[in-house]
Design a protein around this ligand. Structure first.
Ligand SMILES: C[S@@+](CC[C@H](N)C(=O)[O-])C[C@H]1O[C@@H](n2cnc3c(N)ncnc32)[C@H](O)[C@@H]1O
Length: 262
C-alpha cells in the first residue's frame, strides 16, 4: 500500500523547486498534448477539463485555451496551493485537493481529463482510470502519461550490487498497464511507449533531479538506514555508467495513452 500522506508531503515540500527541476515532466507533457485530437478551433472545445495530479500547474494555461472550465486536482495540498498562487487564468478554475483513486467529482460531469506523470503514484492504475471513466461524459477523453518498468534502471542497477533493500519504486510493465486500461472499460485510441534518457554531470545531480520535484518517496522502503559506506558503493557503481560525453544517464520509459468513454 502506498503511503499517500508521505507522497503528498514529499511533493508539497518540493513545490517551490519543482519547475526548476521538472525537465522530464515538460518533455512528457509536450509530447502528451500532441495526442489530443486537433479540431479546427480549439477554443472552448471542452466544457470541463480536469488536470489530474496537476503539480505546479504547468499544463493549466495550455488546457485553459481549449476549455470553458478547468478543475485542477492534486493529492498534495502544498503543490495545489503553489499552483494556485502562480497561475492567474482567465478560464474559471476550481482547485481540488483530492486523490485520483477516489475522485471528488460527480459522475458524467467532465469532458476531458489530462494527467501527466502522476498516476504512477497510485496503488492500482486501474482505479484512477475507472474513476475517470465514471466522471467522464459519454464521448469524453482521458489522456495520460505514466512511467513503465525500465524507468530509473540505472539507479536500480547501481543499488542492486550494494544491498537488497528497496531504493527505487517499482513501475508497472507494459502488459500490466494494458491490463489496467482493459479494466477501466474505456476504449484505447492510442498507446505509445517512448524511452527518454536524461543526462547529468554527477550522481548528486541525478538524485537532485528526483528530490527537486518531490519524486523521492520510496514505497515500503526497508527501515534499515543506508550507511555512508552503502552510499559510497552506490555512487561508485553509478560512476561506471558514464557515457563517452562524460555524463551519467538516467532513463525513463514513458507510456502515453489516449482513451475514450464510448
Ligand atoms: C511528477 S508530478 C507531475 C505534475 C504535473 N502533472 C506536471 O506535469 O508537472 C506528480 C504529481 O502528482 C500528484 N499525485 C501523486 N499521487 C496522486 C494521487 N493519487 N492523486 C492525485 N494526485 C497525485 C503529486 O502530488 C504531484 O503533484
Amino acid at each position: 500500500m502506498i503511503d499517500k500522506n508521505a507522497v503528498a508531503r514529499c511533493f508539497g515540500k518540493a513545490a517551490a523547486s519543482y519547475d526548476q527541476h521538472a525537465l522530464l515532466q515538460r518533455l512528457s507533457s509536450d509530447k502528451l498534448l500532441q495526442y489530443l485530437p486537433t479540431v479546427p478551433n480549439m477554443v472552448n472545445t471542452y466544457a470541463t477539463t480536469v488536470d489530474l495530479g496537476c503539480g505546479s500547474g504547468a499544463l493549466l494555461s495550455t488546457l485553459a485555451e481549449c476549455s470553458e472550465n478547468l478543475i485542477a486536482v492534486d493529492l498534495s495540498f502544498g503543490m495545489l496551493t503553489h499552483a494556485r498562487g502562480h497561475h492567474q487564468l482567465a478560464t474559471p478554475t476550481y482547485w481540488l485537493n483530492g486523490d485520483a483513486e477516489a475522485l471528488p467529482l460527480q459522475s458524467d460531469s467532465i469532458d476531458l481529463c489530462v494527467s501527466n506523470l502522476a498516476l504512477q503514484w497510485c496503488d492500482d492504475l486501474a482505479m484512477p482510470l475507472i474513476e475517470t471513466s465514471r466522471c467522464l461524459k459519454r464521448g469524453g477523453l482521458m489522456l495520460f502519461s505514466t512511467l513503465v518498468s525500465g524507468s530509473l534502471d540505472e539507479l536500480t542497477q547501481s543499488w542492486a550490487a550494494v544491498n537488497k533493500h528497496r531504493h527505487v519504486n517499482r513501475f508497472l510493465s507494459e502488459g500490466e498497464i494494458k491490463a489496467a486500461l482493459l479494466k477501466s472499460g474505456l476504449s484505447v485510441e492510442s498507446f505509445q511507449i517512448e524511452i527518454q534518457t536524461m543526462h547529468y554531470s554527477s550522481v548528486k545531480e541525478v538524485m537532485l533531479s528526483l528530490k527537486g520535484i518531490g519524486a523521492n518517496h520510496v514505497h515500503n522502503k526497508n527501515v534499515k538506514p543506508t550507511t555512508q559506506g552503502d552510499l559510497r558503493a552506490f555512487k561508485a557503481n553509478y560512476e561506471t555508467l558514464r557515457d563517452n560525453q562524460g555524463l551519467l544517464p538516467l532513463s525513463y520509459k514513458l507510456a502515453y495513452c489516449l482513451l475514450r468513454k464510448r
